[in-house]
Design a protein around this ligand. Structure first.
Ligand code: COA
Ligand code: AMP
Length: 632
């Protein structure tokens, strides 16, 4: 079948299409139908089925004779170790951990926060929750205590599972003080914590609250898989929105299983036994879908990599991993390739390794710039597949479905809509636009299985953020166009979300932090172009009347505040002091114009600008930090 046939098969019978894909999943009770649309514009999938995620990701492979196959390879160039875990081992480890969690009172529906670095125990913790029907929420290790506290208060976990530390090149990140600080700051308190002690930093446990990972599993009865309904939340994953309050994306169990399983074969072109590697972090959606669940559900070997594309120890580390573990499909972010290209533009490291097992390379998380794609194409001589998706969807909206057929690659486009997604470009009034015209990218409802049914405890916000602007559609927050061949082009965000090194961050959240500085009266944060990270944040500070302290002191303080409250991952390193911010006559800050000035791009003077002269002040301020080089 061609891609066109598959897409048409879905379009002409969506229910039949997804019921057929659901056959690949082990159900305890099969669902009677795929789509449940009784409550439009809210939709659910496979609601009346009974199923367990952990069974499908782990146990069934053992039952089907794959027990001795490696499920997880932990490759840590930072510690210089490689560990392999078979599916049989994984089942035993997860069943024991789940048994220990149950012995402490964790049951179906309880929330558990997981705050761990790239160690296999992070996946085991996720799977142990799934085994019990508990709802996990993984928090990325690069977030600070405050961000963790916000998530604790939002999802009110009964337990938190954390590691004693994470390892960044040249620095041990102590997680325990961050965890303790977060619990101190939060209103909700977990009943207990479980700490996985790493030898690089053994944390002091708080008696009566903290359990040692190994000790608390001693002598417990392993837990069996608990059946849950198809719409039971598998997990909550927080992502950036326009404000400092992150959005708790809910992932529904049944659709998640069906969609990820479909994507492994049809997009990533891997079958059971193949080695699949997504070089991301369990704290992001890529880590959930394609380090943990997707490959395991599909019976692949997955790689948990603790390192960076460069410097651990060199720019050949990715190619060493691919060659040593015979990776067939490799997934990373364009920023990682840019980091490698910078150090090894001619590919000297690439040529050192036998990459014959590698068939396809996938890029996502941010716009894949043509320079990077062309470089990778030249270096590897393998298809470089850009694909586009979001935390909200959990799997590709647009991709090149290599497992069905490799469609012609158009550099700069993540190719075509996947089955389940009717992608359209809309104008401001919500009318479909013509091929080649730029507009808001929207997806006609319903979204396919696996995508978010709502936000955790925030249905109103879900409707406002995604459904209300274009009735009948899901608003992606991205702008772009579709060409005459149906290829999508993702050009920009329509909101204030920025993308720094493939990490989605909220400028609004940073502005909230800056506004808390006692000397700052007004502030704006924008994302400016960065040759390595795609974008980096820059802050503008208008000081309170009468403040005459040195500006660089204030800048240093706000930089420290963002690091302390959001975390190092925000990569907030520069800010400038200005007298005023450019605004429209109705008082809206003209961030998009400021971005154009910073990036030395031409722009049209906004018709509604209050005082055009402010733009010159902005340009001069930006020039003082090496931006806005040419006069636009
Ligand atoms: N725990 C604690 N701190 C973390 C962290 C974690 N899990 N991940 C990153 N950080 C810290 C870094 O140490 C760095 O701190 P610093 O300011 O003290 O240097 C800061 O957060 C910024 O990190 P990062 O954005 O990773 O920048 P970098 O300069 O360390 O590395 C790249 C640059 C391009 C090599 C790196 O960003 C990278 O590998 N990107 C790939 C991104 C990716 O896979 N994204 C997933 C989406 S698919
Ligand atoms: P996240 O939810 O962190 O995965 O971020 C999703 C956002 O990242 C999308 O809405 C896009 O803005 C951007 N993004 C992800 N993949 C791509 C891609 N292939 N091309 C362009 N932008 C992308």
């Amino acid at each position: 079948m061609s891609y066109a046939d598959v897409y048409q098969a879905w379009k002409s019978d969506p229910n039949g299409f997804w019921m057929e894909q659901a056959e690949a999943i082990d159900w305890i009770e099969k669902p009677s139908k795929a789509l449940f649309d009784e409550n439009t514009p809210l939709y659910e999938w496979f609601v009346d089925g009974q199923v367990n995620t952990c069974w499908n990701a782990v146990d069934r492979h053992v039952e089907n004779g794959r027990g001795s196959q490696i499920a997880i390879i932990h490759d840590s160039p930072i510690t210089g170790t490689i560990h392999k875990i078979t599916f049989a081992d994984l089942r035993n480890r997860v069943a024991r951990l789940a048994g220990a969690l149950r012995a402490q009172g964790i049951e179906k529906g309880d929330r558990v926060i997981i705050y761990m670095p790239m160690v296999p125990e992070a996946l085991e913790a996720m799977l142990a929750c799934a085994r019990l029907g508990a709802i996990h929420s993984v928090v990325f290790g690069g977030f600070a205590a405050h961000e963790l506290a916000v998530r604790i208060d939002d999802c009110t976990p009964k337990a938190i599972i954390a590691a004693s530390c994470g390892l960044e090149p040249g620095r041990v990140v102590q997680y325990k003080p961050l965890l303790d600080g977060a619990i101190e700051q939060s209103t909700h308190k977990p009943d207990f914590c479980v700490i996985f002690q790493r030898e690089q930093e053994v944390a002091k446990l708080i008696e009566g609250r903290d359990h040692d990972w190994h000790g608390f599993q001693y002598g417990v009865e392993p837990a069996d898989c608990v059946p849950v309904a198809g719409d039971h939340p598998a997990y909550i994953l927080y992502t950036s929105g326009t404000t400092g309050q992150p959005k708790g994306v809910i992932r529904p169990t049944g659709g998640h299983l069906v969609a990820l399983n479909w994507s492994m074969k049809n997009i990533y072109d891997v079958g059971p036994g193949d080695v699949f590697w997504a070089a991301s972090d369990v704290g992001w959606v890529v880590g959930h879908s394609y380090i943990c669940y997707g490959p395991l559900i599909n019976g692949n070997t997955t790689i948990v990599f603790e390192g960076k594309p460069v410097g651990t120890p060199d720019a050949g580390t990715f190619w060493r991993v691919i060659s040593e573990h015979k990776v067939k499909s490799f997934f990373t972010a364009p920023t990682a390739f840019r980091a490698v290209k910078r150090v090894d533009p001619k590919g000297d490291f690439v040529r050192k390794y036998d990459l014959s097992a590698l068939k396809t390379i996938y890029l996502a998380g941010e716009r894949a710039d043509p320079d990077t794609i062309n470089w990778a194409q030249e270096m590897f001589g393998k298809p470089i597949i850009d694909h586009w998706w979001q935390t909200e969807t959990g799997w590709s909206i647009a991709a090149n479905p290599v497992g069905i057929e490799l469609l012609p690659i158009k550099v700069g486009s993540p190719s075509v809509a996947m089955p389940g997604y009717d992608v359209q470009i809309l104008d401001e009034a919500g009318h479909p636009m013509k091929p080649g015209e730029l507009g808001a990218i929207a997806v006609k409802l319903p979204l396919p299985p696996g995508t978010l049914p709502s936000l955790w405890n925030a249905e109103d916000r879900f409707r406002k953020s995604y459904l209300n602007t274009f009735p009948g559609y899901y608003e992606t927050g991205d702008a772009g166009m579709i060409d005459a061949d149906g290829y999508l082009y993702i050009m920009a965000r329509t909101d204030d979300v920025i993308n720094v090194a493939g990490h989605r961050l909220s400028t609004g959240a940073m502005e909230e932090v800056l506004a808390n500085h006692p000397d700052v009266a007004e502030t704006a944060v924008i994302g400016v172009s960065d040759p390595l990270k795609g974008q980096t944040p820059v802050g503008f500070l208008c000081l309170t009347n009468g403040v005459n302290r040195p500006h660089d002191e204030i800048v240093k303080e706000v930089v420290a505040m963002v690091r302390d409250q959001i975390g190092p991952v925000a990569a907030f390193k520069s800010a400038v002091v200005v007298d005023r911010l450019p605004k429209t006559r109705s008082g809206k800050i003209l961030r998009a114009t400021m971005v154009k000035i910073a990036d030395s791009e031409a722009f049209k003077m906004p018709a509604t600008i209050d005082d055009p002269e402010i733009l010159d002040e902005i340009r001069v301020a930006l020039q003082s930090i090496g931006l806005a080089k040419e006069t636009a």
